[in-house]
Design a protein around this ligand. Structure first.
Ligand SMILES: NC(=O)C1=CN([C@@H]2O[C@H](COP(=O)(O)OP(=O)(O)OC[C@H]3O[C@@H](n4cnc5c(N)ncnc54)[C@H](OP(=O)(O)O)[C@@H]3O)[C@@H](O)[C@H]2O)C=CC1
Ligand SMILES: O=C(O)CCC(=O)C(=O)O
Ligand SMILES: [Mg+2]
Length: 588
């Protein structure tokens, strides 16, 4: 699709899916949507922090190439009233990984939620919202550190499906008539009507992802949250289908809470995840009073929406509540909160929620080092009590900073904290490199001695060969002789001639073809006394085989090569020395 307003950066590569896995190049193109309300404030700050963390973690070898995509009010301005242009949808699919700011949805009328539309159009069926405590964050809980749950909220079904009939419309009248007359339903005249589809397919793929996450992250339980006592065939079915997936697809690694007591006497067996369920209303109390009992929660769409904002409040509020909308590969990361319009453009709110959504994104891309830097930078800034208004109003002795300043402080921590470590690691790397290069030089100069020092016994020609020295056939024999004397070598490799053949010139050639023939080495070209073609032995030729070759061909050396190019040379003297140093045969 040719884009009208979206411009992919000219540098960077697209993230792809290869052999069923996400393939993230070192210079990936990642999409971002600024969002409405406070969106531009937090996005601006976060882009700088993400870039700084990636730069710091990978020293410039990795970099995100951002591509702005348009949704919401900014899109409506650019695309003549279109809040969700087709090309944005196309690019989100094409780029696979993107991050977005919040988008406004009018209440009680107007256009449909862009966020919900996005999730449905891209079938981003799992809304993943981790809720955990960052040390120093103000919290109303006595033990907020015990909160560490990941909410897997079904993201495409339930009452968010948009099957609603406004009171007073012909559609509403038609549905009401059907329900009353055909289904025997009873409800007040003039009621607005909504339908709540919950399918086995939608439930199972969500619960499957939640259980897989629990396995991958060594979590001890998955709790199915539902209001199945009231909505038996939707929420009750969600619970039943959830247990079904656990039993049918993860039977070897899961047990039910019933089994935990009836079979295992309450002692959770090593390596088993407990699948349990709780009714939706009581889970709000339980998460406050007994948070340690929960780790992964699988919820329907509406319950998960409520629960994620509420749980966020236990650990500092929605200002620090990250999230992601994930399909099998395509993912759009986003803050849990909305557009907070009263703060729009004030550079005031907490960018933490979007920032941590970016941390989830970096983890999804496999860039854990950059993610860790942000986590630790954020923790340190909070520990310094330099925080945005939402934390400052709950923290004694805090200094309130702006959104952008909060970002700057995190960047400073990321750079400062790692500067020393990076310097130290670079020095360590340089030391190792220097040591390696010294050992390499020693090996090349005296392979036998180097192996003796390292405890290795040589077996093949590559174990004892010396690096070849080569010369052009156009050089004079005089020049070649100077090099051989200087390097203390008895032969020199001659570069390929016009027909591509390598050659060799030895001390014996000089004795026979120069001295004995009464020729001046200054006037004879190397090519004139070179032996071609050169027989090149493979690197894994054994020392025994090498001796055989020398005897058979009446030569005193074997040239060793790779892909037809000579790389080393082994002489009869090298064999002699090796045997003298290491022994040979059965008594070696
Ligand atoms: N995914 C999305 O794009 C979402 C979009 N929305 C949309 O956002 C709009 C506004 O919704 P609303 O219900 O007011 O909810 P919001 O989440 O936008 O704001 C509610 C309150 O939460 C606090 N808050 C929100 N974000 C931050 C932040 N970054 N830092 C600190 N505090 C924050 C503020 O509290 P305080 O007043 O105490 O300072 C704010 O007034 C609606 O149109 C809604 O549909 C809502 C949720 C998600
Ligand atoms: O789409 C919206 O405007 C609200 C969505 C929401 O609250 C959420 O996803 O948590
Ligand atoms: Mg919400």
């Amino acid at each position: 699709m040719a884009f009208k307003h979206i411009k992919y950066p000219s540098t960077g590569e697209k993230i792809t899916v290869q052999d069923g896995r996400l393939h993230v190049p070192d210079q990936p193109i990642v999409g971002y949507v600024e969002g409405d309300g406070i969106g531009p404030d937090i996005t601006r700050a976060c882009l700088r922090v993400w870039d700084a963390a990636v730069e710091q973690a990978y020293g410039g070898t990795r970099k995100i190439h951002w591509c702005e995509l348009f949704m919401g009010e900014k899109a409506a301005e650019i695309y003549e009233g279109n809040y969700f242009p087709d090309e944005t949808l196309e690019a989100l699919k094409d780029l696979i990984v993107s991050i977005k700011g919040p988008l406004t949805t009018p209440v009680g009328g107007g256009f449909r939620s862009l966020n919900v539309a996005l999730r449905q159009e891209l079938d981003l069926y799992a809304c993943v919202r981790p809720v955990r405590y960052y040390a120093g964050v103000p919290s109303p809980m006595v033990h907020p550190e015990l909160v560490d749950v990941v909410i897997f909220r079904e993201n495409t079904e339930d009452v968010y499906s948009g099957i609603e009939y406004k009171a007073g419309t012909p559609e509403n009248a038609k549905v009401a008539k059907f329900l009353r007359e055909e289904m025997g339903a009873e409800f007040f005249e003039g009621a607005g009507l909504g339908i709540k589809p919950v399918s086995a397919f939608g439930t199972k793929r969500l619960v499957r992802k939640a259980i897989q996450y629990a396995i991958d992250h060594k979590k001890d339980s998955v709790t199915l949250v539902h209001k199945g006592n009231i909505m038996k065939f939707t929420e009750g079915a969600f619970r039943n289908w959830g247990y079904e997936v656990a039993r049918d697809e993860f039977g070897d690694v899961t047990i039910t809470e019933d089994e935990l007591y009836s079979v295992y006497g309450g002692v959770q067996p090593e390596g088993k995840i407990v699948i349990k369920d709780r009714i939706a209303d009581i889970i709000f109390q339980l998460l406050q009073l007994r948070p340690a009992e929960f780790s992964v929660l699988a919820t329907l769409n509406l319950n998960g929406d409520y629960l994620s904002d509420s749980a966020a409040a236990h650990v500092g509020g929605v200002g620090i509540a990250p999230g992601a909308n994930i399909a099998d590969f395509v993912a759009v990361f986003e803050a849990t909160h909305g557009t907070a319009p009263k703060y729009a453009g004030l550079d005031k709110v907490n960018p933490g929620s979007l920032l941590l959504s970016g941390v989830m994104m970096l983890e999804y891309m496999g860039w854990q080092e950059a993610a860790d830097l942000i986590n630790s930078g954020l923790t340190k800034v909070i520990a310094d009590k330099t925080v945005t208004y939402d934390f400052a109003r709950q923290m004694e002795g805090a200094t309130e900073v702006k959104t952008s300043e909060f970002g700057d402080l995190i960047i400073a921590k990321i750079r400062g904290e790692t500067a020393a470590l990076v310097k130290e690691a670079a020095a360590r790397r340089a030391q190792v490199e220097a040591e390696k290069s010294k050992l390499g030089d020693e090996r090349a100069a005296d392979p036998t001695q180097a192996q003796k020092a390292s405890g290795r016994i040589p077996h093949t020609v590559s174990d004892i060969m010396h690096k070849v020295v080569s010369i052009s056939g156009e050089a004079t024999v005089n020049t070649a002789m100077h090099i051989m004397r200087e390097k203390r070598i008895s032969s020199i490799i001659v570069e390929p001639d016009a027909s591509g053949q390598w050659g060799i010139m030895t001390q014996t050639d000089v004795v026979k073809k120069i001295v004995n023939a009464n020729r001046s080495p200054a006037r004879v070209k190397v090519s004139e006394i070179t032996t071609r073609p050169l027989v090149i032995a493979p690197m894994d030729l054994s020392l025994h085989e090498a001796s055989g070759k020398m005897i058979e061909a009446h030569v005193r050396r074997v040239v060793v090569g790779k892909d037809g190019v000579p790389v080393g040379i082994v002489s009869d003297m090298d064999l002699f020395r090796t045997v003298e140093e290491f022994g040979w045969g059965t008594d070696a």
